[in-house]
Design a protein. Structure first.
Lengths: 413, 304
């Protein structure tokens, strides 16, 4: 026991002292803040260059009324279409829009000539403008103004979602906030398990490839070394989260004076999502999920000599985690999908999937059942990992296959 | 006996690594564990270190069965050895010392002493990655012996050391022996075996093929070949030694003749000398004792 403590202490101190740990601890909250902003930013960037589109309107249907947008410039021409087509490349124009004369008065025969395929954004911009023009022409016939139509089509309705709990209390729920928080928790669990699982794997490989292992296990049992490593890294995880919470509280505290309305909004969110339940589940699933995956990554580490050989085996450990992540994304929009139930029971995906379900309301029974399955699985896998690990760390030279791992598992002490 | 193994058997899947290997390592001796690559030396060493367990057979340490706590009384320097690259030398040495059961205080005290002895105090706060290979091996040596074990096991200790450090290490190993510590020494370097080992065991193809005191073994493997430098007539000498000796080689040196003969009968060296001395003057008389290297190669080749 004393020796396990020594290992735990070493694993913890070495990692916490690393520059990368300090940077990660500070950068991750910033990264998450950025993640929230990125979609907004991306929608603003879109297209970079102004595109010139030559318009030949034989019908007069658009009536020279196609308006330039931020990225598209329309130039009306009356030359014959063939010469416009020939000039397309020479004038460095993006496309030629040809509205052909038809027997009927409507302009249905519309063609675009271009060098490259025309982007969806350009097409839809033109389409919208033409639809509006077409609608205006029609509306004029019926003598209705555009504003009236807009009012009819967009009545500005607002749907409130009020959730009722078992005591009959009503609570206003902000679905987007719920999903948001659940996603953040799920993504956090995904990244933490993945990152620190890889760290365990790297630690095992380091000891193996630099041949420290033989010195170490002449003083401590391999299994104890593995436990020490897993627990040591777990403490690193908890430290990091503790620091994040403290940082979060400090930020809220500072922000309260500056942006009181945003803070009160956050507080409302927190109240809407049974926050305590979420937090307890987050911590428990994180720890249990980590323990399960840590032993998987320890197996991978013990089975190879250097990191470049890990690819194949590593995917066995990381693919279920990815699947959990995708299920989470799916059920965030379809909470009733059967994937939600099964995903939150199967131990390899449950730490992530259950988190995403909690905001939509899950009974404690299901949560406890899922945690029990997860706990049983992690104990089973730790036992398996310990048996493979003790043999694997002393095997050099070749990359182990699954068959080999099973053979190692069966070795007597 | 500090260490005794009895009929150790270890089977790996389809490969028998150790086949009934028994060795006896006397107190305060340096015991050479020899054998070609893959013979099973490392497996035996790992079993003694309780890194792996034998399928059958018993190990006695200090007169009783080997126990889990005995790892505190054994020091092991593996052939393939490394250190945590990113850790500081002192910090790391402390970690290993404490894993071997030393208290924080004792670990630091012993370490400081040894660092001073090897004149490497300045390395305490250096990271291992800043050390050269030879420097790192000095640190590993200290880590191995720091907890004052009763039994030390060195697996190819000299590989990677420069001659100066090899000497330093040899001196330390002999010092440890003087203090009553028993040392098991696994190596391919036969010259160093002859130089420092008292006993040896040769393991070949998973079996103990030869055990015993090194001088005795060498003598036993001698095939009664003598090299004699003499003055006087060669014909007289040949006549005097008679048919009991087969002449292997005869050559002319600047100031004397040299002859190499092999005895085919049991006859003491004195009788042989008295035969020669009759008509010739002896300059040099030598029994050709085979080197450990010759014995090693002979046994391993015979085993094929």
């Amino acid at each position: 026991m004393k020796k396990i403590l020594l290992v735990i202490k070493r694993e913890f101190i070495v990692r916490v002292k690393k520059r990368s740990f300090i940077i990660m601890t500070i950068l991750t909250p910033i990264l998450f803040a950025c993640l929230a902003l990125v979609p907004a930013l991306i929608s603003q960037i879109k297209s970079e260059k102004e595109k010139t589109i030559t318009v030949l309107d034989e019908t007069g249907f658009t009536g020279n009324e196609l308006k330039d947008t931020r990225t598209i410039k329309f130039v009306y021409e009356t030359k014959p279409i063939d010469s416009l087509k020939n000039n397309l490349l020479r004038n460095n124009n993006y496309a030629v829009l040809h509205i052909e004369k038809n027997d009927e008065s409507s302009a249905e025969n519309i063609t675009m000539y271009s060098e490259q395929a025309v982007g969806v954004d350009v097409l839809s911009a033109i389409k919208i403008q033409m639809t509006v023009i077409s609608a205006q022409i029609k509306l004029k016939e019926y003598d209705i103004s555009v504003e009236q139509i807009a009012k009819i089509l967009n009545p500005n309705l607002n749907i409130k979602n009020i959730r009722i709990d078992e005591h009959g209390n009503e609570k206003e729920s902000n679905t987007s906030a719920l999903i948001g928080l659940a996603m953040v928790c799920g993504i956090l669990i995904f990244f933490i398990i993945f990152m620190f699982g890889i760290q365990i794997m790297r630690g095992v490989i380091e000891e193996k490839s630099s041949r420290i292992i033989e010195i170490v296990i002449s003083s401590i049992k391999p299994v104890h070394l593995m436990f020490g490593k897993i627990i040591g890294v777990a403490l690193v995880v908890l430290t990091q989260i503790l620091i994040w919470i403290i940082l979060f509280v400090i930020i809220i505290f500072i922000a309260q004076s500056q942006f009181s309305d945003i803070v009160s909004q956050i507080q409302n969110y927190i109240q809407a999502v049974s926050f305590t339940k979420m937090f307890i589940c987050f911590l428990l699933y994180l720890i249990l999920g980590y323990l399960l995956y840590a032993s998987l990554f320890a197996i991978v580490g013990s089975a190879v000599d250097n990191e470049s050989d890990t690819q194949q085996l590593q995917s066995i450990a990381s693919v279920p985690l990815m699947i959990g992540y995708f299920i989470m994304i799916i059920i965030s929009s379809q909470p009733d999908n059967p994937l939600a139930f099964w995903g939150s029971m199967i131990p390899f995906t449950s730490p992530i999937v259950m988190l995403a379900r909690i905001p939509f309301g899950v009974s404690w029974f299901e949560i406890i059942l899922s945690m029990m399955i997860l706990t049983a699985t992690f104990i089973l896998f730790t036992w398996i990992a310990a048996r493979i690990y003790r043999v694997g760390i002393l095997m050099y030279g070749k990359k182990a296959s699954i068959k080999e791992l099973i053979k190692w598992f069966k070795y007597k002490n | 006996m500090v260490l005794r193994t009895e009929n150790i058997v270890k089977q790996y899947a389809s490969h028998l690594a150790l086949d009934n290997v028994s060795i006896e390592v006397p107190q305060s001796s340096i015991y050479g564990l020899l054998g070609p690559n893959g013979a099973g030396k490392t497996t035996l060493i790992r079993i003694i270190n309780q890194i792996t367990a034998p399928d059958s057979g018993t190990i006695y340490f200090d007169g009783r069965k080997l126990q889990e706590n005995d790892v505190y009384s054994i020091g092991y320097l593996p052939e393939e050895r490394g250190l945590y690259k990113k850790m500081k030398v002192g910090e790391q040495a402390m970690y290993f010392a404490r894993l071997k059961g030393l208290s924080k205080h004792d670990a630091e005290k012993n370490l400081r002493e040894w660092f001073q002895k090897f004149e490497i105090q300045a390395w305490w706060n250096k990271k291992v990655e800043e050390l050269s290979k030879g420097m790192a091996q000095k640190v590993q040596f200290i880590i191995t012996i720091l907890h004052k074990p009763k039994l030390l096991i060195f697996d190819e200790p000299f590989s990677g050391f420069d001659p100066i450090n090899v000497n330093l290490l040899k001196t330390e190993i002999l010092n440890l022996k003087k203090q009553g510590i028993t040392i098991i020494f696994s190596t391919h370097n036969m010259a160093s075996v002859e130089e420092i080992c008292d006993y040896i065991t040769l393991i070949n193809k998973s079996k103990n093929v030869l055990s015993g005191q090194i001088d005795e073994i060498r003598h036993n493997y001698g095939d009664n070949v003598f090299e004699i430098d003499y003055r006087g007539e060669t014909d007289r000498l040949k006549e005097n030694i008679g048919d009991n000796y087969q002449i292997l080689d005869s050559s002319e040196q600047k100031f004397f003749h040299r002859i190499k003969i092999k005895s085919t009968v049991k006859e003491t060296e004195n009788t042989l000398l008295s035969r020669i001395i009759k008509d010739n003057e002896i300059v040099n008389f030598n029994e050709m004792i085979p080197s450990m290297n010759d014995i090693f190669i002979k046994l391993v080749e015979d085993g094929k």
